[in-house]
Every structure is written in structure tokens, then in C-alpha cells.
Design a protein around this ligand. Structure first.
Ligand SMILES: [Zn+2]
Ligand SMILES: [Zn+2]
Length: 131
């Protein structure tokens, strides 16, 4: 069998010649990393399932700011109490259900929580509120 011909990396603008793969090593690794990050951030299918399970068991907002005055408000978000980036565990003891109101409030308070300063006015679509 003859060797497979070399061809340029499939990454746009990259001229590295590769053989037997679509991309050069650098860009293959890069693609892997990107995939890794989105999984680490937890917005994958598994998380959606966990979130759903959690909300089924804990349907009410935890009212972290005391805004609901004892009223029960449906939680629509599940947050990590201790963010995964800070070593928080991906388990129910580290989950916290919140309604839209409290979630937004917390997101606005924890500036930098999504890599954004809190100055960005209101809902710029930069966060992941309805994932
Ligand atoms: Zn490349
Ligand atoms: Zn709430």
C-alpha cells in the first residue's frame, strides 16, 4: 500500500501538512480541549438530566435572599453552591434550586461568575439562564 498523500490541515488558514488525519496535531488537540471545556462547564446532556431530577425532588426556590417571604416559588434553575471551577462536587448536596428572580439576582451579584462584569446592563444574553 502506498502512503496516504499528505494534505494541509483542515483548520482554516493552517498550512501544516498532515497524513492520515484531517487536522494537524495542534488543531486536533485544540478541538479536544474545546470539547473538554464545554463538558467541564457541565452544560451537557448528563447535567440536563441531573438538573431535571433535582428539580423533580426539590421543586421550590431555596430563596437565598429571603425575597419570597415564606412563599413557595417554583425553581427553574439549578446552581452549584460551590462552583465546579472552585472544586464543588457535582452532586445534589452541592445543588441549589432557584427561581428566575433569585437566579438573576445571584448572577448579578456574583460578578465574574460567568466571566462577565456585572456592569453589562441587565440581560444581554451573555449568561446561560435558560440552558
Ligand atoms: Zn493545523
Ligand atoms: Zn426565588
Amino acid at each position: 500500500m502506498p502512503d496516504r498523500p499528505q494534505h494541509p490541515c483542515a483548520h482554516q488558514g493552517c498550512n501544516t501538512l498532515v497524513r492520515g488525519a484531517s487536522k494537524c496535531e495542534v488543531h486536533r488537540r485544540k478541538a479536544d480541549q474545546e470539547r473538554g471545556t464545554s463538558t467541564e462547564r457541565g452544560y451537557d446532556y448528563k447535567w440536563m438530566q441531573k438538573r431535571k431530577d433535582y428539580l423533580a425532588k426539590h421543586p421550590w426556590c431555596s430563596d437565598p435572599f429571603g425575597d419570597h417571604a415564606g412563599q413557595k416559588v417554583r425553581a427553574t434553575h439549578v446552581d452549584h453552591v460551590l462552583p465546579k471551577s472552585e472544586g464543588g462536587k457535582d452532586e445534589e448536596s452541592n445543588y441549589d434550586g432557584k427561581c428566575d428572580h433569585c437566579h438573576n439576582k445571584k448572577t448579578a451579584k456574583c460578578d465574574g461568575g460567568f466571566g462577565n462584569a456585572k456592569s453589562s446592563e441587565g440581560r444581554g444574553g451573555q449568561n446561560v439562564s435558560n440552558f
